[in-house]
Write a protein that binds this ligand. Structure first.
Ligand SMILES: [Cu+2]
Length: 352
């Protein structure tokens, strides 16, 4: 990758660019640069405007991951508000049959209790079988004020009991100083989940993502080294990086990306224009030439996660869905690194 130049002195920018700079301020490689097109900035501002907590879209108890495949699972239960204004004092999570080996993360200010019991059947787990485990987790403490938001983390394994496309419900009971909320409604076939008033948090089972497009042969398009930076508190955007190896004899194109952690995911490039780095969304996609490796890395091409409902935290993982023109859909696991991760590889880290 060619080296990138910094402007020699602060650059006078129009107001819309300055605002864009603020939006991207958490993204170290972009500090002090002008960003994006007016259009995509406008979109970003619109999305920030609708991302205000307390709007209907964010008001349900949900999981931070929307999809998972067989294998390890890490999820956080999001509690966005109390019960009609009353503070939350307990959160009870029911583990669905088929989700095994569950462990809650302890949480400061909350005691955690688990109810264990037999599973409906024995499941393969590592080199043996398991037939019992945690079926319910209760976090009790707080109180968590109505105007505050919190997350309750657990890990476990999605067994082979499910098929891609299955919707797995995690019913939740939220106890408050006054009253309680049961997030336990499950949409019947043909009913829109959106129409439910108190839907249970749901995990969609997807095909196991191994970062490879299944084309049968050896020559393939593969995606690896996927990671994202943790975001500092309150930031609504984050950046992600990965490597695409096209070992086929034909060019391909990355058309779009989506992640359950973000309202919208864009493919961005950084371009040197008269000594000033500008960032813009590649709305027509990113070319992946035949026999090439295309790296998305700090200081260059990157994925931009917009409208984050919650921060990206170090150690978190999520599935990124990439859509290629020829290879089709590839799901790749992304691990979140620390806020300053990858700075060594960032040409902007060393200021002139
Ligand atoms: Cu960007």
């Amino acid at each position: 990758m060619r080296s990138l130049r910094l402007p020699r002195r602060p650059f006078a920018v129009p107001a819309w660019m300055a605002l864009s700079g603020a939006i991207h301020a958490l993204f170290p490689a972009s500090k002090g640069y002008a960003h994006m097109t007016k259009h995509s900035l406008f979109t970003a501002v619109l999305m920030l405007a609708v991302a205000v907590p307390g709007t209907a879209a964010l008001a349900h108890a949900t999981l931070d991951v929307k999809s998972a495949s067989a294998g390890s699972l890490r999820a956080a239960l999001r509690v966005p508000h109390g019960c009609e204004g009353s503070p939350t004092v307990a959160v009870k999570l029911t583990i669905p049959e088929g989700v095994i080996g569950v462990k809650p993360a302890p949480k400061a200010g909350w005691t955690v209790t688990m109810t264990k019991g037999p599973y409906a059947r024995a499941y393969d787990h590592f080199h043996g079988k398991v037939s019992e485990g945690v079926k319910e987790i209760v976090w009790r403490g707080g109180p968590l004020l109505d105007e505050h938001y919190d997350e309750f983390i657990f890990v476990g394994f999605v067994s082979d009991a499910f098929a891609p496309g299955d919707q797995v419900a995690f019913p939740v009971t939220q106890e408050c100083e006054k009253g309680q909320l049961a997030w336990a409604e499950v949409a019947a076939p043909g009913v829109e989940a959106r129409s439910l008033k108190y839907p249970a948090p749901v995990l969609k089972i997807v095909e196991k993502g191994d970062g490879k497009a299944d084309k049968g042969g050896k020559a393939a398009l593969t995606v690896g080294k996927a990671w994202a930076r943790a975001t500092p508190g309150g930031a609504k955007v984050g950046a992600g990086y990965l490597e695409i190896v096209n070992s086929t004899a034909a060019a391909d194109q990355l058309l779009s990306a989506s992640a359950p952690v973000a309202g919208k995911t864009e493919i961005h490039e950084m371009k040197d224009e008269n000594g000033v780095m500008k960032m813009r969304a590649l709305s027509d996609g990113l070319d992946i030439p035949a026999g090439s490796t295309v790296a998305l890395q700090p200081g260059g091409l990157h994925l931009m996660f917009l409208d984050l409902p919650a921060p990206l935290t170090e150690g978190q993982t999520f599935d990124l869905t990439l859509t290629f023109k020829t290879a089709g859909t590839i799901i790749v696991p992304v691990t979140v690194g620390e806020v300053g991760a990858g700075k060594q590889a960032d040409p902007h880290a060393h200021h002139h």
